[in-house]
Design a protein around this ligand. Structure first.
Ligand code: AHR
Length: 325
């Protein structure tokens, strides 16, 4: 698969693009227009990451001449499908879809294509065995989630000070691409080390409160846990709350590691309660505008427009906390 790397920033896209890859002939094209009716059906708004992503699209609408339609599926894949159907009925020119889960959103992707609406998947993907970039939708814009999990594992292996790691993993939304891939990247890396054992792995649905509740329960069964790997920062912060309530000392007797780069996570790193967070940027609006412009110009879009992620630790968290969300 052809990819190129970009880095996302709140204010814009800091990268030049190399145009490669093939565009399937039956994908809907995009006419050149002064203004576009753009659909962005958000999956939920219960965490800072989602709110920052929606804000990024709203801000971009002003500079990219979009009439933006946004919805909030409140954590329901079925509602997100209905929101896409409603946007199709409203005659959107283009769809930027963050699919909550890998399978349930596929019919919506297919219906958008049948309706002649070019679709870009944003930040999460769908099952690649069923729906393919360049064929059923134009491209996926997002991070390499397997690599994010692998990078957290590598940092943990380098920085964990004990002899044997007893690991609790807090998974993201079941059936979502970041939960599947972040688990794979981390678990595969840890499986190569006999002294590292994942004793429990359970979903906290990418939410702070659920992360806290799941951690409370898992602490009963595994009081000797000394590493917590959360698939996102919200669950990591929830886990820190549960650990502290149980009299544990995150950062001292248990290493907490995670993904995203939210303000609370960077602050937790500064406070010594968290070890690392690998970035997963929510600022997709400017990238969506850029890729849309290229597509309207008839350029071929590579199937995966890959986002480059930084890593935040005690070495640099203070330098980035003020710009975080
Ligand atoms: O799809 C990206 C993930 O979704 C983010 O890591 C998470 O915080 C969000 O809900």
């Amino acid at each position: 698969m052809q990819v190129h790397w970009v880095r996302l920033f709140a204010a814009g896209v800091a990268a030049t693009f190399v145009v490669t890859g093939a565009m399937a002939q039956d994908l809907p094209s995009l006419d050149k227009k002064d203004r576009y009716k753009v659909g962005f059906p958000q999956m939920e708004s219960n965490n800072p990451w989602r709110i920052a992503e929606t804000e990024s699209f709203k801000k971009t609408a002003e500079t990219c001449n979009w009439d933006l339609i946004t919805t909030d599926a409140a954590g329901s894949a079925a509602k997100q499908v209905a929101d896409v159907d409603s946007m199709i009925a409203q005659g959107i020119d283009i769809l930027f879809l963050p699919p909550r889960e890998e399978k349930p959103l596929i019919p919506a992707v297919m219906r958008a294509r049948s309706a002649g609406i070019p679709t870009f998947l944003v930040d999460r993907s769908v099952d690649p065995n069923v729906a393919k970039a360049g064929e059923h939708y134009v491209a996926f814009l997002g991070s390499d989630f397997v690599d994010q999990g692998r990078r957290v594992a590598e940092w943990t292996l380098e920085n964990f000070e004990g002899d044997n790691g007893i690991i609790v993993e807090l998974e993201g939304t079941t059936g979502s691409s970041p939960a599947n891939d972040r688990k794979k990247g981390f678990d595969d890396a840890m499986a190569q080390h006999d002294n590292m054992k994942i004793v429990a792995s359970q979903s906290g649905d990418f939410a702070r409160d659920q992360g806290r509740q799941v951690m409370e329960t898992l602490l009963q069964a595994h009081p000797d846990v000394n590493i917590v790997y959360a698939h996102n920062d919200e669950m990591a912060i929830g886990a820190i709350q549960a650990l502290e309530l149980a009299g544990r000392k995150p950062g001292e007797d248990v290493l907490v590691v995670s993904i995203d780069g939210t303000r609370d996570a960077l602050q937790a790193i500064i406070d010594g309660k968290m070890g690392v967070t690998v970035e997963s940027s929510p600022f997709f609006g400017p990238l969506a505008c850029e890729v849309m412009g290229r597509y309207a110009n008839g350029e071929k879009i590579e199937p995966w427009v890959k986002v480059e992620d930084r890593i935040f630790t005690a070495d640099n968290a203070a330098d980035h906390v003020d710009e975080a969300y």
